[in-house]
Design a protein around this ligand. Structure first.
Ligand SMILES: [Fe+2]
Ligand SMILES: [Fe+2]
Length: 255
């Protein structure tokens, strides 16, 4: 049992990842868990991978990691994601491709909590409603019968859900939350990358104490302007014209 930093949806944003790692260092958190989407959208996928590897982070594959390495197609991607992932495919170092390709789809840690990216059985599912959580709680009970908590990402919003039988409750994310041992929890630590967020440009993560069975959500500042400038210069941002072209192509040539 230990203190874990839980992060995900880094999306090649090394400024945001460095800010999160510095915040975790200040709190003395040494063990890191990552729920996937290490690459995509931003210009520093190799640097993000290097930082995670240097800290022996336990990482699972997100849809961007699978698409960026050609293990999954672009069919369920937005235009923005598709464009930046094409750039990511061209830029990733061979060693990064090999590392991403070897990531597991999920993990069970300490026999008590699971990491998944989107849904428990669908890496591209956005778990954003109590109905999604209810359905995925069934999958979790079937696939990870000993798990009492499930950490997920993909939807890029900090969320905490408690599940008791068929009832799903969304819980407050301010302060230290004590998880009840008899309940099941779904936890989204948020998105390290905040470039596409309108509400704020803060990198999100959580600290999970598997001894005390508590979770605490955090947000930290990073140099979002520097990230954006690098992404634009590196060709990771779709132009309005190409955006329209992608949409027309999608309508004319449905998958
Ligand atoms: Fe993501
Ligand atoms: Fe994702």
């Amino acid at each position: 049992m230990a203190l874990y930093g839980v992060l995900g949806d880094i999306h090649g944003n090394v400024e945001a990842l460095e800010a999160v790692l510095a915040a975790l260092d200040r709190r003395g958190v040494r063990r890191l868990l990552c729920v996937g989407d290490v690459v995509g959208y931003n210009a520093d996928p190799d640097a993000c991978i290097a930082l995670l590897r240097a800290r022996d982070t336990q990482v699972i594959a997100g849809n961007h990691d699978l698409i960026g390495t050609g293990q999954l197609g672009f069919e369920r991607c937005s235009n923005k994601a598709r464009y930046s992932l094409k750039r990511t495919r061209r830029r990733l170092a061979p060693a990064s491709v090999a590392w991403l390709a070897a990531l597991p789809p999920s993990l069970l840690i300490e026999d008590r909590f699971a990491l998944v990216h989107g849904g428990v059985r669908d890496v591209q599912l956005y778990m954003s409603t109590p109905q999604h959580i209810r359905r995925n709680a069934e999958f979790l009970r079937a696939d990870f019968p000993t798990a009492r908590a499930c950490f997920f990402g993909h939807s890029h919003e900090q969320r905490l859900y408690g599940v008791a039988g068929e009832e799903v409750r969304e819980l407050p994310i301010n302060g230290v939350y004590h998880l009840a041992p008899e309940q099941l929890y779904f936890v989204n630590a948020g998105s390290v990358d905040a470039q596409r967020k309108r509400s704020h440009k803060l990198a999100e993560f959580a600290v999970f104490d598997s001894s005390a069975w508590t979770v605490e959500f955090h947000r930290v500042r990073y140099d979002a302007a520097a990230t954006e400038a690098k992404a634009a210069a590196g060709g990771y941002r779709i132009t309005p014209l190409l955006d329209r072209l992608y949409t027309w192509r999608r309508r004319l040539l449905p998958a």
